[in-house]
Design a protein around this ligand. Structure first.
Ligand SMILES: [Zn+2]
Length: 245
């Protein structure tokens, strides 16, 4: 294939823009905010689990407290009925004696049950404190995640703008390159990543290998408008001032 040497030079500009686009894509994949977002998301998920567990535990203790309070109430009600019975004076002396005895038992039982209520209340208070602490931590992690997401969006938007600018420049550059030469460049680029490379000090800029003497002679013998390719890597070899030929 033949192409104007100036158009061959433009392939190097195009390659430079393709390198920049690849760098931008790499930058997008490796933004530090991405790793941070992942870390914060993991922490947030953990804290949500811990919070659910703490709330469940608190709920269980709340039910336990209700049950313990109901037990106390039952004993208190029973004692009230017993006292009313005593005050009414109905029943035999033996009955009254039994009731008197039961009241003593109920008083001991009430005291024991009230101790249980107090113990449960203490545990519930601790559980509530834990729920409150975990809620604060969850809220903090959520706020941090919002911050990281905002930073990530900002960095991504900057990359979007850069990609847009480079893409526009690439379109302009590609627009003045003859179609057949451009198609060849694109095909080689799709195959091996580097469509065109300069020769610098007899070295291919694409694969970094030095040209051997027969390759040097072939390039030297080629007319300026002949499109030369590097057999090793397939890139179009572009002759420049520093080629050393
Ligand atoms: Zn090469």
């Amino acid at each position: 294939m033949n192409a104007n040497p100036a158009d061959q030079q433009r392939l190097l500009d195009l390659h430079g823009l393709d390198v920049r686009l690849a760098q931008l894509a790499h930058k997008r994949r490796t933004l530090p905010e991405l790793a941070e977002a992942e870390k914060v998301d993991r922490r947030l998920a953990d804290l949500r689990d811990v919070l659910v567990a703490a709330e469940t535990a608190e709920g269980d203790i709340a039910r336990e407290q209700k049950k313990a309070e109901a037990d106390v109430e039952q004993v208190v009600n029973r004692a009230t009925r017993d006292r009313q019975m005593l005050e009414s004076g109905r029943g035999s002396a033996k009955d009254l004696e039994n009731i008197q005895h039961e009241l003593e038992t109920l008083a001991r039982r009430q005291s024991d049950l009230e101790d249980v209520v107090l113990e449960v209340m203490e545990r519930r208070e601790a559980a509530q404190t834990r729920v409150a602490e975990m809620t604060v931590q969850r809220d903090e992690a959520q706020a941090r995640r919002d911050e990281v997401n905002a930073a990530l969006a900002k960095s991504s938007e900057q990359i979007d703008r850069d990609v847009e600018a480079v893409t526009a420049e690439r379109k302009t550059t590609a627009g003045v390159i003859p179609e057949d030469l451009l198609a060849l460049y694109e095909r080689i680029r799709a195959d091996n990543g580097v469509g065109a490379a300069a020769i610098r000090q007899r070295r291919c800029d694409g694969c970094q290998l030095e040209l051997d003497i027969s390759e040097v002679n072939a390039v030297k013998a080629a007319a300026p408008d002949q499109v030369v390719r590097h057999d090793v890597c397939g890139s179009i070899l572009v002759r420049v001032a520093e080629s050393g030929l």
